[in-house]
Write a protein that binds this ligand. Structure first.
Ligand code: ARG
Length: 461
């Protein structure tokens, strides 16, 4: 028997392998609610414009509602022969209501249907991710407030650079996540055009009302070019691009958690809820969640690359290649969502070892820049010279294996006469961070002010 939906010109049914490569139902059944919403809007419009009768529309609406329930209650039988979610639903509709179901596909095609369904899905995904990013930001802000005064080493090249506050470090991620959010929001503004009614590629001869379907589905307007509308997957690519950058940020933070939770650093301890043990080494507490978050960028960026390559070189308009857009996108966005949730959980739960952070903050002559700054400020030494003088102090401390604050005044003055005993007051890590009050700097007061600003922003989002 030939295919029920499009088999008019075919004498036999497709080969089993053909069916296997062609069918997308196993993964696009996820689009069922968007597909039903699209059909509801389309049928309402067909009735309003007089293309189908009100009675037919009524039957269609009832049937679609019943199908929605069947799917939600796991009573719907999905069939590979019917290829995809669009034909599975339409076929079931015919089983339920007969004749009127066959009128639903008037003035549309699966090409505009799938573009509409997937865009609706992406809009919802972007909205959900934006919410989740806000949740993670909130978790970070709470910990930043608690740790506005917690001093830790700041690194460049992963070498001790200058002391910073842990709150400052956490707020750095709040900034990154905010850019991630704004990229998703920006992508979202370009997802406001509805492809439905573009039909196969050329539009339709029926007097449809595309404004009406666009509005009913929550779009701002219909797409303006039918060829573009059925062949566009920018909305998926943009979302995956923004998702990749966000995943990259999470990966960097996850890596820091892995480093910080090691026995050598001990800056933080991840909670039991977000750690695992080793089956052979009883002492181990492994940061598996952080490691997996660190790795998620692989599949998320992979999805973006994969779809870019699928789309590259495709002639207008729709090609079946585009069916390869869904699995990778679903997988990538599911995993970003999971990573965001896991990261928010870890941040809320982790124990901060303030002592270990503070002790480490002083290692590696991290207040050397403060000496140079002092020379500039108090003795009017040009910064380059001050840098050189400080370098000599560091060399001396290194040779004597002592901290900078343990250098005697006599030794300091041997290096440069202009140094006096006021130098000692700036050598502690506490004074160092407190002095960094420039806008965006690490001083505890700055952090508390930033926390306030962020709390307000997130409350008013
Ligand atoms: N399952 C298809 C997809 O995901 C739907 C569109 C099919 N259109 C067609 N003309 N075969 O892209």
């Amino acid at each position: 028997m030939s295919n029920r939906m499009w088999g008019g010109r075919f004498a036999s049914s497709p080969n089993a392998i053909m069916q296997e490569i062609n069918a997308s139902i196993d993964f696009d059944k996820r689009l069922y609610s968007q597909d039903i919403a699209g059909s509801i809007a389309h049928a309402n419009m067909l009735a309003k414009t007089g293309i189908i009768s009100n009675d037919d529309n009524l039957a269609i609406q009832k049937g679609l509602e019943a199908i929605s329930k069947e799917i939600e209650q796991n009573k719907f039988t999905f069939s590979t022969e019917l290829e995809d979610i669009h034909m599975n639903i339409e076929n079931r509709l015919a089983e339920l209501i007969g004749e009127p179901a066959k009128r639903l596909h008037t003035a549309r095609s699966r090409n505009d249907q799938v573009a509409t369904d997937f865009k609706l899905y992406m809009r919802q995904s972007a909205d959900m991710l934006i919410e989740q990013i806000s949740d993670l930001q909130s978790a970070l802000i709470i910990r930043a407030k608690e740790n506005a005064n917690t001093i830790m080493p700041g690194f460049t090249h992963l070498q001790s650079a200058q002391p910073v506050t842990f709150g400052h470090h956490l707020l750095a991620y709040v900034e990154m996540l905010d850019r991630d959010k704004s990229r998703l929001k920006d992508a979202r503004t370009r997802m406001n055009e509805c492809p439905l009614g573009s039909a196969a590629l050329a539009g339709t001869s029926f007097p449809i009302d595309r404004e009406m379907t666009a509005k009913e589905l929550g779009f701002s307007r219909p797409t303006a070019n039918s060829l573009d509308a059925v062949s566009d997957r920018d909305f998926v690519l943009e979302t995956l691009g923004a998702a990749s950058i966000c995943a990259m940020h999470l990966s960097r933070f996850a890596e820091e958690l892995v480093i910080w939770s090691s026995a050598q650093f001990k800056f933080v301890q991840l909670s039991d809820q977000f750690s695992t043990g080793s089956s052979i080494m009883p002492q181990k507490r492994n940061p598996d969640a952080a490691e997996l978050i660190r790795a998620k960028i692989g599949r998320i960026m992979g999805a973006h690359t994969s779809l870019m390559i699928v789309m590259k070189g495709l002639p207008l308009a729709y090609s079946k290649d585009m069916q390869e857009d869904k699995q990778v996108a679903f997988d990538a966005l599911d995993n970003l969502s999971l990573a965001l949730a896991a990261m928010a959980g870890m941040v809320a739960d982790l124990t901060v070892n303030k002592q270990a952070m503070n002790d480490a903050a002083g290692i590696g002559f991290s207040t050397a820049t403060d000496i140079a700054d002092w020379l500039v400020r108090e003795a009017n030494v040009p910064f380059r010279d001050a840098h050189h003088i400080t370098g000599q102090a560091v060399a001396l401390a290194e040779k004597k294996q002592i901290k900078l604050e343990e250098i005697s005044l006599k030794d300091f003055q041997k290096i440069d006469k202009r140094i006096d005993d006021r130098i000692f007051s700036i050598l502690s890590v506490k004074n160092s961070v407190a002095s960094r009050t420039s806008y965006g700097g690490t001083a505890p007061n700055n952090i508390l002010a930033q926390v306030k600003t962020w709390q307000k922003k997130l409350d008013n989002k």
